[in-house]
Design a protein around this ligand. Sequence first.
Ligand code: GLN
Length: 235
Amino acid sequence: MTKYHLNLAHLYGDLLNTYSDVGNIIALRYYAKQMDADIAVKVVSIDEEFNPDEFDIALFGGGQDYEQLVVSKDLPNKKAGIEKFINDGKPLLAICGGYQLLGHYYVGANGEKIPGLGVLDHYTLSQDHNRFIGDITIKNEETGQEYHGFENHNGKTYLGKGERPLGKVVSGHGNNGEDGSEGAIYKNVYCSYFHGPILTRNGEIAKKILLAALHHKYPAADFSQAEALEIKPTF
Ligand code: GLN
């Protein structure tokens, strides 16, 4: 029995799971165990209610345009819940398609404009006959940490108010191939184009997400040991 228990909502986990984004949950569980915590997972999909008070962490994975279109039609039902979850300061990890759908809209590869949640202030355009594909390395400017991953997206994302990049591109393309940014951080929301999955190669991000969830759920507890957890590089 672990001392702490976290509940994770896997948003549209049956539809958005490109390149095994679900592996992020395996990585979270791996590090959570070292913090004396376990994680119960529930997929919250189409027509299901998302109650923000039921969950401590959320994962919103990537997908193809078709699945994203299906999901976008259901998003208005979950908007208030997701907005509250984020504003309460709970951690959410959004990858690629999920990242795009947190913003105002994204334009699919066929030119169709697909509305997002508009909870974060970014938007995503499409590029003609091109995708950003390959290995990518970025550097977080606040911590100096380097993150490694694999990107594969048509969308070009432009950040908005209150968002700062997850990192500056060292090699690869990133959000849009123009401004040198990759991903976004807003409150405790971490967005990225990294598949692979991101947390298996970048345990420091898993650690941040877990600590945010634990501090939020157990405000009086002492997590100094968890804070001191050493993450060994896995790339
Ligand atoms: N359809 C989106 C794009 O290509 C997202 C792809 C993904 O999640 N891998 O930009």
